[in-house]
Design a protein around this ligand. Structure first.
Ligand SMILES: Nc1ncnc2c1ncn2[C@@H]1O[C@H](COP(=O)(O)OP(=O)(O)O)[C@@H](O)[C@H]1O
Ligand SMILES: O=c1ccn([C@@H]2O[C@H](COP(=O)(O)O)[C@@H](O)[C@H]2O)c(=O)[nH]1
Length: 328
């Protein structure tokens, strides 16, 4: 079986951990809401917490989202039980006219330009999600450069991750996020990942991948994606390898799912361009993480199931010494 066929089989088998020719969507359904969001300063009590995850192509955005889902114990839950959902901006590419379609087939269409997206549709869907509505999202088919006929229903969730190269580009969309993450992986690494991925999973040949990269992907990254890094609350160097950053985010997200919404006061309005506000959210995450880390002692530690815990990535961490810290 070809690599492409294998990737598709993975998708059709319903095992969505591996990125295939189609963008995986992790669906979620609202279950009992134990969170007390009453002090969220104007945010609706059941407003999902919206996290934007931006970064260049193949920076690891989807992988970071998968790690967050895994650490929150959502990945292996029945879809109907999940409280966290991840959707991709790629499901919001606009339809192409016949001439554009032809260019796309030759690798001559710029899928990295903001004009390639239907930002109005993305905005409307995100507003529906924030309003607690159920939405239908189409899977994107990279082999055919268009939306596939597969549609996923996204049920109201506690936490919604939206990942994509330009999720912070459109101001109205950007302003909806309660937390903004930017996955910062160097261009050499990204190109080295993109080439095999596009060949094996997206049905391209080497020449096409490299031409598309040099003509469109790289210049558009520099012009449209990279400048949006400044809007991020948290920048994640090295993507999914950065276990400390992922722990910070998971910890914060855990509190949103099961306790209350710390930081809501800071991000309410989600101005994004307010550096002080952005700085405070990042500092809040770090302070919260460190204080949890310091106050944990074995006799106080709740059951492992209650909080996914810190990874052993911190050199000399209590978890490594076996004195303090929770099991994974
Ligand atoms: N930390 C990592 N180490 C090695 N390979 C990775 C890492 N993160 C992602 N990849 C691989 O790189 C490719 C692109 O990753 P992905 O998460 O899909 O990026 P994006 O969503 O930003 O396009 C995938 O084939 C993925 O398996
Ligand atoms: O039909 C398409 C649609 C998109 N692309 C490329 O995909 C990436 C975005 O996906 P990542 O997973 O973030 O890499 C973008 O750079 C487009 O160039 C495509 O090739 N064909």
């Amino acid at each position: 079986m070809s690599a492409l066929g294998k990737a598709r089989r993975i998708f059709h088998g319903g095992y969505l951990l591996t990125k295939s020719a189609f963008r995986p969507i992790f669906t979620s359904k609202m279950t009992d809401k134990t969170g007390d969001y009453s002090d969220t300063n104007g945010l609706e009590s059941k407003t999902p917490f919206l996290i934007g995850v931006a970064g260049g192509t193949a920076s690891g955005k989807s992988t970071v989202c998968q790690r967050i889902m895994e650490k929150l114990g959502q990945q292996h839950k029945d879809h109907a039980e999940r409280r966290v959902v991840c959707i991709s901006q790629d499901s919001f590419y606009r339809s192409l006219n016949p001439a554009e379609r032809l260019r796309a087939e030759r690798g001559q269409f710029n899928f990295d330009h903001p004009d390639a997206f239907d930002d109005k549709k993305l905005l409307a869907v995100l507003k529906d999600i924030l309003a607690g509505k159920k939405v239908d999202i189409q899977e994107y088919d990279y082999v055919n450069n268009s939306n596939s006929s597969l549609t996923h229903t996204i049920y109201p969730a506690d936490v919604v991750l939206i990942e994509g190269i330009l999720v912070f580009y459109f101001p109205e969309v950007r302003d909806l996020f309660h937390m903004k993450l930017f996955v910062d992986t160097d261009s050499d690494t990204r190109l080295a990942r993109r080439v095999p991925r596009d060949i094996m999973e997206r049905g391209r040949d080497l020449e096409q991948v490299l031409n598309q990269y040099m003509n469109f992907v790289k210049p558009a990254f520099e012009e449209f994606c990279l400048p949006t890094k400044k809007f991020a609350d948290v920048i994640i160097p090295r993507g999914a390898d950065n276990l400390v950053a992922i722990d910070l985010i998971v910890h914060h997200t855990w509190d949103i799912m099961y306790k209350k919404r710390p930081g809501a006061r800071l991000v309410n309005g989600c101005g994004g361009e307010d550096e002080a506000t952005n700085g405070r959210l990042a500092i809040d995450l770090i302070v919260q993480h460190i204080s949890e880390y310091l106050k944990r002692a074995p006799r106080e530690a709740p059951a492992a199931a209650e909080y996914p815990g810190f990874s052993s990535s911190v050199p000399g961490s209590p978890q490594r010494s076996g004195k303090i810290g929770r099991p994974h």
